[in-house]
Design a protein around this ligand. Structure first.
Ligand code: GAR
Length: 228
């Protein structure tokens, strides 16, 4: 499969972020996902709520987090979803850290990996274990502003439109085939906090739409050839 020009139709409607509709048979063969997160977990909550409201035919098998105080852990546990702390500071090599992640994800029977606020570079160990089955959400319109200062850089640059992107994860930071994007205006008075807030409203929509696209049981697009 060649994903350098992926057979994924960029859904035009993502630009206006329509409401997610309930799926027909959410409990039938739900997509088993593993979440990787480091932060507050608002995207995790959006995904978990969409699943519990039967808007998304998926099941969160496990949340992996790497900061001991990450609020996402409590948000998972209060929903009865297992949350495992893997602190990268305990590992001298990125590959060993990623191997532990892979072991946890395999043990949890995860089919697709969803990064929502995972702020670590990944290695081939993780990529090879889930080839073209890892997605990431990033707070910019990639390929503009990859990296950890995406929102600050958008403001510093003076862009008037920013947004967010869901993409397949490749080795290069915030690179890989784009699945969904949503645009948001940048106002002259915006601070990183206010812009991030506006972007996150859209993130919560497109991350759900991207997972829904992956979870479609009868679609023919290439990304689903890995579903078993
Ligand atoms: C999100 O805005 C996401 O785009 C960003 O971290 C935030 C996590 O928020 N990810 C990156 O910057 C990755 N390069 P959350 O914990 O509230 O979901």
């Amino acid at each position: 499969m060649n994903l350098s020009s992926p057979d994924v139709s960029p859904p035009d409607q993502a630009l206006v972020s329509p409401a997610v509709q309930p799926c027909d048979h959410p409990q039938q063969n739900p997509l088993k996902i593993g979440i990787m997160a480091s932060g507050t977990g608002s995207n995790f909550v959006a995904i978990a709520d969409a699943i519990s409201q039967q808007h998304l035919a998926a099941q969160i098998q496990l949340v992996i987090y790497n900061n001991p105080n990450a609020p996402v852990a409590d948000r998972a546990r209060e929903r009865g979803i297992p949350a495992a702390l893997l602190n990268h500071r305990d590992f001298s090599q990125r590959e060993a850290f990623d191997q532990q992640i892979v072991d946890l994800l395999h043990t949890a029977d995860v089919e697709w990996v969803v990064m929502v606020g995972w702020m670590r570079r990944v290695t081939h160990v993780l990529i090879d274990a889930f080839p073209d089955r890892i997605i990431n959400i990033h707070p910019s319109l990639l390929p503009s502003f990859p990296g950890i200062r995406a929102i600050e850089q958008a403001i510093e640059y003076g862009v008037t439109i920013s947004g967010c992107t869901v993409h397949i994860v490749r080795l290069e930071v915030d690179s890989g085939p784009i699945l969904m994007q949503a645009a948001v205006p940048v106002h002259p008075e915006d601070t990183p906090t206010s812009l991030h807030h506006r972007i996150q409203v859209q993130e919560h929509d497109i991350i759900i739409q991207a997972i829904a696209q992956i979870a479609q049981p009868h679609t023919s697009h290439n990304l689903l050839t890995h579903r078993h």
